[in-house]
Design a binder for this molecule. Structure first.
Ligand code: SF4
Length: 508
């Protein structure tokens, strides 16, 4: 992986480069300009008296040295754990202010510190995590992901995107990145043996929103330019005066998708083919992020492991790094389902590896536990109405202890309506809320980015302590009523999400 930063960016910073208004909350914490600069860079954000480190890796890939270093940062300076987020980022929490400079210098040495200011506004590029070794994908999209990321870092015309802006690239592989659930979704398609890309804009992000297909076919050599032009157009036309109304979906809603396309086309310096007939072939398997999975390369496989709702102890991270270094190709991929993939493992060594991994309490085979994801929640986010991590863990333990739930049904816990854990595309989505002072969840059913179906809220404000029984009742109902071969999403849409509350009481 190429370094994305260098130490000169720390020491050569001048006061004029700092946005003092933005960093003023930190002024009392110390007057070290380096510290303030890094805070402004967005690598470290405050949570009460401690800091959080967020690392974004290009293509969500890192090597064993980087992972071990992050594990050591978590162990020495943080809470002894790290979270993989629903955008395949790394977060380390509970860092004292005094340790910020030491940590950031380590990141620079590791090549995972960003070289520009305003990083909090630089949003993500997520990518099929198996690209390059996926047995069914249409094309390896690693280099395109990297080029788009570089554009977002260095192209001045693309600066100033709102928080949470995300681009997702899908190579047509085994693990979905739910591209329609992102501001821009890019999918590989095939026509006459040639690979093109299709684009969707405006995320599938609520009960009344669907992703807009631009109905263009774009050649691989043009996709980076087209994406950059779309972003530029959005930045020129969007209303960024109100944070909650600044996403691309509001612009498209306001001017219409056809007008938006015209504005983009007016600035494009390449051809796009107008075509709505070539559809994306979905090869995604709901459990391909877990367990032992074949690779494109003969006799090699990858293994998908999960912590607890995306949380990993530093010891678990070190073990993952060690396996990747000793038995794999020294890389680890992170997924938006909050787990780690260790690729390029020889099949003959798998039993030994699984035994070693399971000894650290990492999940390898439990499909239901591996399909529960949670945003940071109240343990680390001031917006949250609920302790999502703890509640998702309680659900996972309850299901493990009370049945044989081994279908990959995605359950997405999110602490507030910002929906970082994308509850609208989970089979079961939970959004935290407070009712009479109690932590509760609105429960949604029927989401699915691949089917472009948004979910429906079925139950309001279910107290967190009965959520496990309630979810169990939903899963049991599905198991009893489903038709042969019917997955959860299909069942919900056949039965009707709105009919569930007549069959299942909130008390479970
Ligand atoms: S969904 Fe809300 S509570 Fe959860 S991490 Fe995002 S902003 Fe915080």
């Amino acid at each position: 992986m190429e370094p994305t930063g260098n130490s000169s960016t720390i020491t050569n910073i001048g006061q004029d480069d700092l946005d003092w208004k933005k960093i003023s909350p930190f002024l009392n914490k110390g007057d070290d300009p380096e510290l303030l600069y890094f805070l402004y860079k967005g690598l470290i954000f405050p949570k009460e008296d401690t800091l959080m480190l967020r690392c974004r890796m290009t293509g969500a890939e890192l090597d064993s040295k980087q992972l071990i270093a992050l594990a050591e940062i978590a162990e020495t300076h943080g809470g002894g754990y790290a979270d993989i987020t629903t955008r395949a980022n790394f977060q380390i929490r509970e860092i004292p202010f005094k340790d910020a400079i030491i940590i950031l210098k380590k990141l620079l040495e590791l090549g995972i510190a960003p070289p520009i200011t305003g990083l909090n506004n630089l949003r993500n590029v997520t990518v099929t995590p198996t690209t390059g070794f996926d047995p069914v994908e249409l094309t390896d999209i690693s280099s395109i992901a990297k080029e788009i990321y570089q554009q977002m870092l260095y192209n001045e015309e693309l600066q100033g995107l709102p928080g949470k802006f995300n681009i997702a690239l899908d190579s047509g592989g085994k693990i979905s990145v739910s591209s329609e659930a992102n501001d821009l979704g890019i999918k590989a398609v095939s026509l006459d043996g040639k690979v093109y890309f299709r684009l969707t804009a405006a995320d599938l992000h609520g009960e009344d929103t669907i992703a807009n297909d631009l109905n263009w076919l774009i050649l691989p050599e043009n996709i980076v330019h087209v994406v950059a032009t779309i972003i530029k157009t959005y930045l020129q036309l969007g209303d960024f005066s109100k944070r909650l109304r600044s996403r691309i979906k509001f612009l498209i809603k306001q001017i219409g998708i056809e007008t938006f396309k015209e504005k983009v086309l007016a600035q494009l310096e390449c051809e796009v083919i107008n075509d709505s007939s070539v559809t994306f072939t979905n090869h995604a398997e709901p459990d391909a992020h877990l367990g032992i999975q074949p690779q494109r390369q003969e006799d090699l496989c990858y293994i998908g492991v999960n912590g607890s709702a995306g949380r990993y102890t530093s010891q678990q991270l070190k073990l993952i790094a060690s396996v990747a270094n000793t038995h794999g190709n020294d890389t680890i991929r992170l997924t938006t389902l909050q787990n780690c993939l260790i690729p390029f493992l020889n099949r003959s060594i798998i039993p030994e590896i699984v035994e070693t991994i399971q000894a650290t309490k990492l999940t390898v085979n439990s499909k239901i536990a591996g399909s529960i994801i949670a945003c940071t929640g109240s343990a680390g986010c001031s917006f949250s109405a609920s302790a999502t991590k703890a509640h998702s863990l309680a659900l996972s333990q309850y299901l493990d202890a009370n049945g044989d739930y081994n279908e990959p049904i995605n359950i997405h816990f999110t602490g507030c309506s910002f929906s970082c854990a994308q509850p609208y595309i989970g089979d079961i989505g939970l959004i935290g809320t407070k009712s009479k002072g109690e932590e509760c969840y609105h429960i949604f059913l029927g989401g699915g980015a691949e089917s472009n179906t948004s979910s429906v809220r079925v139950w309001k404000a279910v107290p967190h302590n009965i959520v496990p029984q309630h979810v169990k009742a939903i899963l049991d109902f599905y198991a009893q009523q489903k038709q042969c071969g019917e997955d959860f999403n299909q069942f919900v849409h056949r039965y009707g999400a709105e009919n569930f509350n007549q069959s299942i009481e909130p008390s479970g």
